[in-house]
Design a protein around this ligand. Structure first.
Ligand SMILES: CC(C)=CCC[C@@H](C)[C@H]1CC[C@H]2C3=C(CC[C@]12C)[C@@]1(C)CC[C@H](O)C[C@@H]1CC3
Length: 381
């Protein structure tokens, strides 16, 4: 019998969030995305998002951080994540595209082909078939849901607690003629509004790491999944090499957390325990970052252009190099000073860059993985 963990949930207020979205983002959800959308924000609202997000991380060091700091973050997990994405979504779209996740790379394969293959792989692992009712937990701006809908002919519901991302996801689904197969719902994945046993399959791609406790989100997934249904996740986890008594390790984890909107990232052992504790029968689990691929998953954010497999990739990946980041983030600062970009744009971009450096350091030291694959089945009884 699955255990029901006691987890403090943040009270939801959909009207407040929708109004905030309207003020901060206006109709920029229908803008081209990336920089075009970034320049259209309301300055005062953006300042609120910056303050609400960075109050948890400003002047915090791994050395001095206390358990109370971490608890304050996990207590406000939903607000923290919502504001992170209020600030980061356009920068992600500018720098990475519309599929907010990493992937494995193969020789001869372009960047975007590799991203799509990672999505197909998960869809195949959990057996998504035509006309199935599938839930995408933490769907971002719907890039993976659009790809998986086309790949499988399934019907996908994307769940997200950020109204701006929902608007962008809906806009792209209409643009691509996929509205019949896709819908996007606002909500906290720790307290889903869906009835028990309502989906044939559930997947989550690098999103559930935003949960204050994995048992909370996995427990909700278990509840809404039909008996016999399968859940597949690419989880962000610290590996079991992570030593919390080592300040360098803690520093890497904190850099990843601050740059990626995470209140508390846990280890592989804790991730596996969470799946089992809520009742899943684990069908498969594996760190895909450990597959010995010829190019590492982090090469684009490390700016290691030698791994590029197509000349077109140059235009995608060059903006992630340290030099391009320095130039572009400096330019964002100038635009802020002259009032053409909202305040906090540079601060956010710099935090993302710090996060990227933490991800690369964590990967190189084998302390972190963004692709711990877990596939679990909800037993029939
Ligand atoms: C936050 C989670 C759970 C998943 C997102 C994974 C990735 C899509 C992002 C993680 C680090 C991000 C960075 C960028 C794009 C999106 C990520 C790769 C930039 C390359 C965007 C352009 C900026 O100038 C630098 C950013 C570095 C981090």
């Amino acid at each position: 019998m699955p255990s029901t963990p006691v987890i403090a949930l943040e009270k939801e207020d959909h009207q407040r969030d929708a109004e905030f979205k309207k003020v901060m983002h206006g109709d920029s959800a229908k803008a081209a995305g990336g920089v075009a959308a970034l320049l259209k924000k309301n300055t005062e609202a953006q300042q609120i998002a910056v303050d609400e997000y960075f109050k948890h991380f400003d002047n915090k060091t791994a050395e001095a951080e206390t358990q109370a700091d971490r608890e304050a973050r996990t207590k406000e997990y939903a607000t923290l994540t919502r504001h992170y994405y209020n600030l980061a979504t356009d920068i992600y779209e500018y720098g990475w595209g519309q599929c907010f996740h990493f992937c494995r790379y193969s020789p001869g394969e372009s960047f975007y082909q590799a991203i799509a293959r990672h999505e197909h792989y998960l869809a195949a692992q959990i057996g998504i078939k035509k006309d199935m009712k599938v839930l995408d937990v933490g769907c971002g701006v719907g890039g993976p849901a659009r790809e998986i809908a086309k790949f499988t002919d399934a019907h996908i519901t994307g769940l997200n607690n950020n109204d701006y991302q929902i608007d962008r996801a809906t806009h792209y689904a209409v643009r691509d003629g996929l509205s019949g197969q896709l819908k996007f719902v606002k909500g906290d994945f720790m307290q889903m509004s869906f009835p028990d046993n309502s989906f044939d399959a559930v997947y989550a791609i690098e999103a559930t790491v935003h949960a204050p406790k994995l048992e909370g989100v996995y427990g909700e997934i278990y509840r809404v999944l039909k008996p016999g249904g399968v859940f597949g996740v690419y989880e962000w986890l610290m590996t079991d090499n992570y030593d919390n008594d080592n300040v360098e390790h803690r520093d890497i984890r904190l850099a990843i957390e601050v740059g990626n909107g995470i209140s508390n990232m846990v280890t592989i052992n804790e991730g596996l325990a969470a799946m089992k504790n809520v009742g899943f029968e684990l069908l498969h689990h594996e760190d895909l970052a450990d597959r010995n691929d010829p190019m590492p998953w982090y090469w684009p954010i490390a700016g290691e252009l030698r791994y590029m497999q197509s000349y077109l990739d140059f235009f995608t990946v060059v903006r992630m190099t340290h030099t391009a980041r320095r130039i572009l983030h400096g330019f964002a600062g100038i635009l802020e000073t002259v009032g053409l970009a909202p305040k906090g744009t540079k601060k956010t971009a710099d935090a993302l860059a710090r996060g990227a450096d933490g991800l690369v350091a964590g990967a190189k030291k084998k302390l972190f993985t963004p692709m711990y694959l877990m596939v679990g089945k909800k037993p029939l009884n």
